[in-house]
Design a protein around this ligand. Structure first.
Ligand code: HEM
Ligand SMILES: [Ca+2]
Ligand SMILES: [Ca+2]
Length: 313
C-alpha cells in the first residue's frame, strides 16, 4: 500500500499513514501549536533539527539518539552542542503517537513533519511531506562535525557541502532562507565583528548601525552564548525579509553574507530574486525541503521504528 501513489520520492510517499495512523498529522500539529505559542523560537529550532539530521547519514533521526556504549551522539558534535533545541517537543509528539498508533510513525518522519508544520505555523509555505523514512540504529558524531557547514564557511565550502548531499546552488540559497526565523549565539558571528580576515578588523560588508548593535550583544570577550536574531526584522515570521536584509548588509552569519557577496553569480542572483519576490522564495523553499527530506532514507527492511526517539529498540 499504496501501489501507485500520485507522487513517488524514492520509496517515500505522503499518504503512508492515511490508513495506519490517520491522526498522525493532527497530533504533530497540535503539539507544535502549543509548543510554539509558548516559545515562538521553537519553530526555528525544529526546522533546524531536521536539517542537521538529514546532513548526517540522511534523514534517519540519527540526530535524536543519546550516546550509548556503541557510539557517541551527534548531539555532542560541534555544530549541535549547546545549540540544537527541541528534543523534548519531539519526545512529546512521539509519546502521543505511540499511544494512538503504536510502533507506526518513525522519528525521522516526525522530524520532517515537525519541520513543515513549524514553517506553516510561522507563516511560510505548505508542502506535502513524503513519508516512510525508518530510524537508524546508529549515529555518527564525526560526520556531524564534517558535514554540517560552519557559520564562517566560504561560498565554495557551502556549495561543496550541499553538493555532497545532492543539493545544488538553488537549494543552498532557498534553504538558507530558513534563517528567516530563529537565533544564533554570539560565538557563531563574533569573527565577523572583530577579526574577519585575521587582521583584527570587522567584515566590511556589515552595515554600520547593524554592526554597532551586534557589538553590544557580542562583546570582544565573553558573552559567547548571548543570542541575536538571524533575521533582525522578523525573527519569528517566515517571510523573505532575510533576503532583503542581506541586500542591506544586515545578514548575521558569514555563510548568509557570502550568498550575495561570495562572487558566485547564481547564488547572488537568487538572493536578489527572493528578496524581490516572496512567492518564488516560498516555491523554491518548499521544493528544496522535499529534496533535503529525501536524502538517503532508510526504507523497507532497513532501520527500525524506534519506541523512543532517544534510543534504539
Ligand atoms: C547554509 C549553511 C548553513 C549554515 C552555515 C548554518 C549555520 C547556522 C548557525 C551557526 C546557526 C546558529 C547556531 C547557534 O549559534 O547556536 C543556525 C541557526 C539556524 N539555522 Fe542554520 N545554517 C545553515 C543552513 C540552514 C538550513 C538549510 C536550515 C533549514 C532549512 C537552517 C535553519 C536554521 C534555523 C531555523 C536556525 C535558528 C535555530 C534556533 O533559533 O533554534 N540553517 N544556522
Ligand atoms: Ca541523520
Ligand atoms: Ca523573517
Amino acid at each position: 500500500f499504496p501501489v501507485s501513489s500520485s507522487n513517488n520520492y524514492g520509496g517515500l510517499f505522503p499518504e503512508l499513514y492515511q490508513i495506519s495512523c490517520p491522526q498522525a498529522n493532527e497530533i504533530v500539529m497540535s503539539v507544535l501549536e502549543e509548543a510554539i505559542s509558548k516559545d515562538p523560537r521553537m519553530a526555528a529550532s525544529l526546522l533546524r533539527l531536521h536539517f542537521h539530521d538529514c546532513f548526517v547519514q540522511g534523514c534517519d533521526a540519527s540526530i535524536l539518539l543519546d550516546k550509548n556504549s556503541a557510539f557517541k551522539s551527534e548531539k555532542e558534535a560541534g555544530p549541535n552542542k549547546n545549540s540544537l533545541r527541541g528534543y523534548e517537543v519531539i519526545d512529546e509528539i512521539k509519546a502521543k503517537l505511540e499511544q494512538v498508533c503504536p510502533h507506526t510513525v518513525s522519528c525521522a518522519d516526525i522530524l520532517a513533519l515537525a519541520a513543515r508544520d513549524s514553517v506553516v505555523l510561522s507563516g511560510g509555505p505548505y508542502w506535502e511531506v513524503p513519508l516512510g523514512r525508518r530510524d537508524s540504529k546508529t549515529a555518527n558524531f564525526n560526520k556531524a562535525n564534517i558535514n554540517i557547514p560552519a557559520p564562517n564557511s566560504t561560498i565554495q565550502n557551502l556549495i561543496n557541502l550541499f553538493n555532497k548531499q545532492g543539493l545544488n546552488e538553488q537549494d543552498l540559497v532557498a534553504l538558507s532562507g530558513g534563517h528567516t526565523i530563529g537565533m544564533a549565539r554570539c560565538v557563531s558571528f563574533k569573527q565577523r565583528l572583530y577579526n574577519q580576515k585575521g587582521d583584527n578588523l570587522p567584515d566590511v560588508t556589515l552595515e554600520k548601525t547593524y554592526y554597532n548593535g551586534l557589538k553590544s550583544i557580542c562583546p570582544t570577550s565573553g558573552g559567547d552564548n548571548n543570542i541575536s536574531p538571524l533575521d533582525v526584522a522578523s525573527p519569528i515570521r517566515f517571510d523573505n525579509t532575510y533576503f532583503k536584509l542581506l541586500l542591506w548588509g544586515k545578514g548575521l552569519l558569514n555563510s548568509d553574507e557570502v550568498l550575495l557577496t561570495g562572487n558566485v553569480k547564481k547564488t547572488k542572483e537568487l538572493v536578489k530574486s527572493y528578496a524581490e519576490n516572496e512567492a518564488i522564495f516560498f516555491r523554491h523553499f518548499a521544493k528544496s525541503m522535499v529534496k533535503m527530506g529525501n536524502i538517503n532514507p532508510l526504507t523497507e527492511l532497513k532501520g527500525e521504528i524506534r519506541n523512543s526517539c532517544r534510543r534504539i529498540n
